[in-house]
Design a protein around this ligand. Sequence first.
Ligand SMILES: Nc1ncnc2c1ncn2[C@@H]1O[C@H](COP(=O)(O)OP(=O)(O)O)[C@@H](O)[C@H]1O
Ligand SMILES: [Mg+2]
Length: 268
Amino acid sequence: MPEEKPKEPVLEVRNVSIAFDNNRVLDDVSFTLNNGETCVLLGPAGGGKSVLLKIINGLIPPDSGSIRVFGQEVTTMKQQELFQMRRRVGMVFQESALFDSMDVEDNVAYRLNEEGVDPAEAHKRVEEALEFVELGQAIDKFPSELSGGMRRRVSIARALITKPDLILYDSPTGGLDPITSTTIVELILKQRDESHTTSLMITHRLQDAFFLATHHWDSATKSATLIPDGGVDQNTKFLVLNEGRVVFDGSTLELTHSEDPWLQNFLS
Ligand SMILES: Nc1ncnc2c1ncn2[C@@H]1O[C@H](COP(=O)(O)OP(=O)(O)O)[C@@H](O)[C@H]1O
Ligand SMILES: [Mg+2]
């Protein structure tokens, strides 16, 4: 058998720090995300989770440290290189961040239209992306006509349409009721298990995090099913940030068995 070269991490964050005025928001943050992994980023509000995602996507420069995405250093990229990198990154923003003046089709096709993809091809891909998020019937609607859960589906379709190699989800269930939240987590689960795209997902909801860790997408029944015998998904890992520092980086079982008092309290 030919020997496989060890694959480069999709994302490598090394010693990243940032302060706003005198507020130290990230303090020496390091972690790695390998191909096919889903990392759930947890932590109390104000802990620096959203800032970390924006730094990874090159939207905010850190004060110090290194971020490598697909092996390339983000902190020194020129504008054009950042655009190239972001073509391979799908971002689902907190609160959906749709364009209110555009209908669902134009929102979802936004990146394709920017890249000058042929309109017929773009339309076909919008239909596929909306099919994936189970929102095909809403293609001509405007964001103001949609529920919160539907808006979130549109923003997921918009992020997935370019078939990204890395997906960054910022609190995809934020502001949604528990039942709608579960339907959104199921979509993320389906994406993970059908496409195995490397993903980083911020959530403040422990239920969402553990749902993702303990379920698989069953393509036969088209539903999320509990992994038998208390099993967990081996490609899903956890990162916990508190007051700008990484307080946990490891597997689901390492997290649930941690003896760290702060973590135990946070998880209880
Ligand atoms: N652009 C900014 N300018 C100043 N302070 C900011 C900025 N963005 C975030 N912060 C501060 O950074 C801290 C972490 O914010 P954030 O990353 O949004 O937390 P969360 O973990 O809830 O996503 C907060 O204290 C917030 O007020
Ligand atoms: Mg946030």
